[in-house]
Write a protein that binds this ligand. Sequence first.
Ligand code: GLC
Length: 396
Amino acid sequence: MNLKQQVSDLMTANRRSSNGHHYTLPSPDSYPYQWLWDSCFHAIILSHIDPGYAKQELLSLTKKQFKNGMIPHMIYWERPKKPTTFPVINWGLRDTSTLTQPPMLAYAVWQIFKKDRDKEFLKKMYPAMKKFYLYFLKDRDTRNNHLAAIINPDESGEDNSPRFDLPLGLPQVQTIDENFSVRKMLYRKNKECKFDASKCMYDQFWVKDVPLNAILVENLKNMADIAVELREDIDADYFLHQSKLTSYAMQILMKEDDLYWSTMGPRYERIKVKTWALFSPMFANILTKEEAKKLVKDHLLNPKEFKTKYGVPTTSLSEKSFDPNGFWRGPVWMSTNWFIYKGLKRYKLEKEAQLIKEQSLELLQKSGFREQFNPLTGEGYGAHNFTWGGLVLDMN
Ligand code: GLC
């Protein structure tokens, strides 16, 4: 069976409908809900299979948008009948979480639009998208410095990444359970400050993450493109301008020694842990061609850091925190491979991009649609029937 058919079958098997809302579970056994950035990945995958389904997936996301514009990172359309392998967190709300995730929505919408130029779909999505991006630009940037903050590591989508050890007060070497218990304490505190990002940020966990801001830069450009299509000219100028401001702020406040580091606290203290995040600015074209080439040569292709047999580990081999079976502390994930692939293509680094595609395909062949993969052996870990492997269809 060819790969497209396999992906299509997996997406069909994981698809659910609830009260007229359609969405795809990242993995029925481990993640039986709708997740924000997962759904954006799903839409990107489905745009190659059935744009109609891709649209439904994104429209469902907008149904649970908060009044302030935030779209929650989890929507519990239905509670699962069997217990899941992951604990369910009490967010204090009945049917959603109260955190968000990297804002990939505009990119996903634009990708679908490029396939079928359905303006009615853009019109349906636009009001919710506009509120969502304004939320990031305002509520998550209380000092107007043009970088968006997260109030919990889970908002990065990379729950236990070592980028967050320092702000969480955790040692570099730790267990998944230690990490989870500290994050659970933070969820409780998030609840106490009523999920008001401006309050939670100052007192508890205040991180400006590189991938999230790079994703914001790219998505604000997509918002500008969408606004042009809809003849919302003032919005188009505004979103493009905001994209440039965020890109510039990243250069000023995150860059040091030619690398982009996530920062913590009000003084933008750089968190100097080498993770795949170093490559994420390429996704949004933030680096010059020379910077990108040097980054790739010195780090991506460096066997002491990110060059392994099976692709790009999420954490550099040179870090004490590297663990090939450590969730976001080492394994290869298909989403990060996809972001890096897209970044390399932007800089016309074709050979390097092709290698990531081949390694991704090899992982799927060897270990199937698993959540993460050991970068040294290719062994699959975590959730089964996990959708993100479908992103290889978009490595083109
Ligand atoms: C894990 C991942 C997160 C993803 C979720 C559902 O928590 O860290 O990025 O959204 O699973 O797949």
